[in-house]
Ligand binder design. Structure first.
Ligand code: MRU
Length: 357
């Protein structure tokens, strides 16, 4: 998608270096960062220079390429794979991508290993773009149906950033929005700010602005009243791990938005590629929920009067803060799952049928 009119993807490979857009600096600074060794990839995932389930999976896959360039040794590769998986616990795409790479790379001792790794990571990225595009085309049908009845601007609420910056391109939750916009359907997006890291305000609003899609940032607590007033036609969110039961783990606050949507009969859709489905865990309480540094709550980044990025403390110094990064929305509150294969009910039967498991 576009930044300042120029097409970009979120990650690419040039002269043995992995290039990323440093998302900790957006929207105020656009900085392309080099990842040269596997530790750079692990760190980029941990500190969220790259974030979003599909993108951290792709970054981990590229991390294994860097590991091979650095030291072509199977035990080093195995350790790198473990460290990459442990960089963030909740998004299943991380483990999915590392396992997929290691299936191709384990036991390969020839010089061909680098080509094999590069081919596989390119395949992972190509597939993600295609899947996100298909999610968009499938989700477009829902928007078209709502538009055929309303014949006026469709108001869509989204949480966090499940946009192209969270994937390789298109995004998951935003892909139907981009496709509808391209078709000329008038769209307005309510963007949940998404405290504490503000991925909605900093990233979703930024990417929608760059694509000239009308959007308004709202505090995370505002969605409920907008739904009561009839100002939300549908919600679309992404996910970091969707269980085969249809339960959806996503950015903290998603659950509360789903409850409000349920109470107000607002359709609540979740967009996901199949790489985000966890076919093993059956009970949502077993999902590892990431707890991040409380400094993400107590401090906030912004531009000072000289246009320099600054971090400031916003809480009493003595106060404790709890920073849980994800929550789970039970399947019963999900209207449907928008996947690369089509739209299905959030249930084990529907998911099994759709993915032939
Ligand atoms: O903590 P983040 O910014 O990595 O969380 C991202 C989300 O919660 C997204 O909704 C999710 O990864 C879907 S990505 C298309």
């Amino acid at each position: 998608m576009r930044i300042k009119g120029k097409e970009h993807t979120t990650i690419w490979f040039e002269n043995n270096i992995v290039k990323i857009i440093d998302q900790t600096k957006l929207p105020h600074q656009f900085i392309i960062k080099d990842l040269k060794i596997v530790k750079d990839a692990i760190n980029a995932i941990k500190v969220m220079e790259v974030r979003g389930a599909p993108l951290i999976g792709a970054t981990a896959a590229y991390g294994l390429v860097l590991s091979i360039i650095e030291n072509n040794d199977q035990s080093f590769l195995k350790k790198s794979a473990q460290n990459l998986i442990e960089a963030r616990p909740t998004a299943i795409n991380l483990k999915w991508a590392v396992d997929r790479m290691m299936n191709k790379l384990s036991g390969v001792n020839s010089d061909k290993i680098l080509d094999i790794a590069l081919n596989e990571v390119k395949e992972i990225c190509k597939e993600d773009v295609k899947f996100c595009e298909n999610i968009g085309l499938n989700g477009l049908k829902i928007i078209e149906e709502i538009y055929s009845k309303k014949k006026d601007t469709i108001n869509i609420l989204t949480h966090c950033n499940a946009g192209w910056l969270a994937t390789i391109n298109w995004g998951t939750a935003t892909s139907p929005i981009y496709h509808a916009h391209k078709k000329g359907i008038p769209i307005h997006v309510w963007v949940d700010e998404t405290r504490p890291r503000n991925q909605g305000a900093n990233l979703t609003s930024y990417e929608l602005n760059e694509e000239e899609i009308s959007n308004t940032i709202i505090a995370d607590n505002t969605g409920g009243i907008l739904m009561q007033r009839g100002d939300v036609d549908m919600c679309i969110v992404g996910t970091d791990r969707t269980l085969s039961t249809g339960d959806v783990c996503n950015k903290i606050g998603t659950y509360l938005k789903a409850l409000a949507a349920h109470d107000n009969n607002v359709p609540f859709y979740v967009a996901l590629p199949s790489s985000t489905i966890d076919w093993d865990i059956k009970n949502f309480k077993d999902i590892p929920i990431e707890e991040r540094d409380s400094e993400e709550l107590s401090h906030i980044d912004g531009l000072d009067e000289n246009n320099d990025l600054k971090k400031v403390l916003i809480y009493p110094k003595k106060s404790k803060a709890l920073n849980l990064a994800f929550d789970v929305t039970p399947a019963k509150y999900v209207t449907g799952l928008i996947t690369e294969k089509g739209i299905c009910e959030a249930s084990s039967d529907a998911l099994k049928k759709m993915f032939g498991k």
